[in-house]
Design a protein around this ligand. Sequence first.
Ligand code: DGJ
Length: 991
Amino acid sequence: MIYFNEEKRDIHIRTSNSSYIMRILEEGHVASLYFGEKLKNKSHFSSLYKRYEVARGVSYTWKSNYSMIGELYEFSYCDKGDYRESSIDLIYSDGSITCDFRYLSHRINDNNLVIVLRDPLTELIVKLHYTVDGEKIIRYTELENRGEEVYINHLVWATFDTSILPLRLNNVPLNQGIRIVDADEGLISLENDDLIYRFQSESEGDVTGKFEKSPLNLIRANFGEDCNFVLAEGALHSTGKVALSYVNKNRKTSISGKPSIEVLDDIFYLRTNRLSYCFDTRLNHLYFGDTADEKLDFSGKMKEFTTDRILQFEGIENLNFEYQNYKLSDVKEELKTLPSSHGSDQCLYLFFSDKTNHIDLVLTYGLFYESDCFTRSMKIINRTREERILTRALSFTVPFADTDFNMMSLDGDWISERHINKRKLSGGRTYIDSKKGSSSNSHNPFIALTKDDTTEFKGTGIGFSLIYSGNHIMEADVDSHLTVSGGINPHFFAYHIQDEFETPEAVFTYSSEGLNRMSQNFHCFVNNNIVPGQFREKERPVLINSWEATYFDFNERKLLNMASKAGKMGIELFVLDDGWFGKRDDDTSSLGDFSIYRKKLKHGLNGLCRKINKMGLDFGLWVEPEMISIDSRLYEEHPEYLLKHPQREMSFGRNQGILDFSNPEVVDYVYGELEKVFSSCNLKYVKWDMNRNFSDTYSGYLKDQRECTHKYMLGVYELFKRIMKRFPHILFEGCAAGGDRFDMGILCYFPQIWTSDCTDATERTYIQYGTSMVYPQSVICAQVSSDVNHQLLRQNPIESRFNVASFASLGFSLNLKDVSAFNMSIIRNQITFYKEHRKLLQFGKLTRMESPYDSNHYAMIVSNSDSSKNIYINFQELVKSSRSLEIFKLKGLNEKYDYTVETRQQIENVKVVGELLNHVLPFRIRQNGVIHNIISRFYKYKTECENIIASGAELNCFGFLPKHQFAGSDINENVRLTTDFSSRLYLINKV
Ligand code: DGJ
């Protein structure tokens, strides 16, 4: 049955067992609201409606309905600054990709429905046909081109005449964690751990015919290698290929000696402290793993270099690169156009040439001894005078003979960034990517291969990351063997090469000792070889940020008040966030303008800064230089600076547009403005924000729009470089609506990044645990915010807010005016503690002990170089009764040492025990009465303290038994008073 709800403009399709609901939105876009178990009547859906009626996200002006989170559209819809992958890909002759299908009409006829959509610019018509047949919904798509054909360069049908339903299964987007488990006889099953969705073709000619024999090949044949559609990207089974076996007869024994790069018999041996990576001149991979296990009688010589996997040029079919020679060097040259790692111990250049097409390749490998990391990038050199159009240029591929792996990635959304996601690899391609213009909070540019039995402490963990902040892809392709590859996302990518093109650097590392080791390798690499040298191991200041304290509503007096209080608490840096320029009272104006908003800051930035400096604090400032508001002086003068399709309506994300950084004039303009602002006062810190994704990917400056997102990144990097050169002493913090651009590319310029707009300590345990897979504490910024969290309204104890934030670069984001005297004194102690242990907390070796994803606890330990000093955090999400004996497990302690385990003294408000207080007081008080309130304001209950002495071996093997939690027991110094979301820090020091 199909019916239309006039009031809501919803279409309900009901089969005998399922319901599918779509909504025609006001602007004419069709969103998918629900697909799942049959809803018995309309009221069952009424609560779900709310989600679509109340926008999520905050404008912080409390006026506009603004959401950072997009809805589910089947056809790419450019709004909210979000990019949704469309089920129809259109590329116009200029390379632009924006299409905008809007509702025209619909027709319901018994069990048949047709929805007609039209792209207003091109007159393209899409007809979505749905038929209900028993349990099934049969769907196919019809496309009618009524406009001029010339506008369409390339048209790819998504899925065998039917289309993708834009579903999220258990909140997992379809291309994430979903396997296509069967593609036989026209039946396609999509499956993740919880659900199976089956799609079956009705007509013989369609799916049945196409998928019967060799689904993988057919999909490729039909849609091309680049096809990025969910079904085409799924893991379809393919068999029949056998790995070649390979024995290196020339080399019986392994070359011992110091780790380095060695070349013998045309084989390259790259060895770090613990890792070996060996391949030959034909890029056959011979070994990647522990140096101790290195054997080259390894069966399964894996060829990395199937050229079209990694490189493609428009109009060139016969690429054929032949090895020329190599060069070893102690110094790895910096990439010219992109950020790159520094301080490699050795470097290998391999030279290849395609003599027919006159294209050369230089592969660069960096070796990082201490961190056990390798880097790899590629330079493409055009030897002709003609332009070459590159359409695919990945940074690396690494083949493995073994295909039995899981793929881990860090996926998320606004305020829930970098959550850990694992799925089993099986036949076909599994990938994560970004098409949002930034490296994105959807999928961090990182994947790891793990085994079923890999844990934090044992088993294989092979990590791959990219030093790039734009659209990326990281994929694992399983056929007869496994190929992992990654780089710039080829989706709508092209680059016109005159002379050279550089790919981003990729970083990889290998651990046979579990995920902790993999992460420690990355941490060491990021701290030593990624963040700018002048900030290496430089302790980050404790800051206070004005955003959650005032949002846009501030003036000099309010700020000075905050700063004065902050100074007294021991805070070192005062950061003025959004709202100081143009006439910015909310998020609708002034981006692009850099004049001081005198109504708020009558003495300008310099006046404010000087007063703040006098209070003993450094001054820092927020900027969002990549954006433009329509309501701005800049837009009046230079509308051409905005990225926007000339004939289409502009799409807004947080009411703003993106500046065209592919245009050097824009880079110059922004540089000039920033230069003035940054030199106008004694600035020590800058928070560099970027609050929307690309959706109008169109630059008036470029001829081929497929160049837009990468050239944008090149422009942004150029600006970063110039700014860093001019202001090397300023500490920059990257930010993009929280953690929407958290990657090693940013970290090459900015030594720290705002991790997430979510400051809720409990949610942060998930975010920070995930983020720590790749990134060290020093680059992760965390802040203590107000009692009632502004994103989730959860109340975490003040001590937990600090404890969680202390395993990162610490800040505060709350209005100190509203903080009780009781909490102020707690905060003062916290800051003193943090400063005393800052080096260890920010730069200590991190070992994850318990994961919030798998348990009720979040536990980690940081250790100094010889593990004589350690701090351990244990955070408990919910209180549970009838617990068995708790053991806090530890690792990484030095077995030669004895240790004391001591709790950081925490303060608890007596109100936490409620009216139980009456059982210990000699007199009776009324709950929340005057006396209760007075006692709770002044009386500070000091929580229990451990004082354990134990050997390193004992702690490593067993851990320690903390004092038992309150469980209807007495309240005294031997009882650990715990509540939901409570936590402790333990200092574990050598005796
Ligand atoms: C988004 C950031 O993540 C926030 O911290 C804040 O700086 C706002 N932007 C300001 O507009």
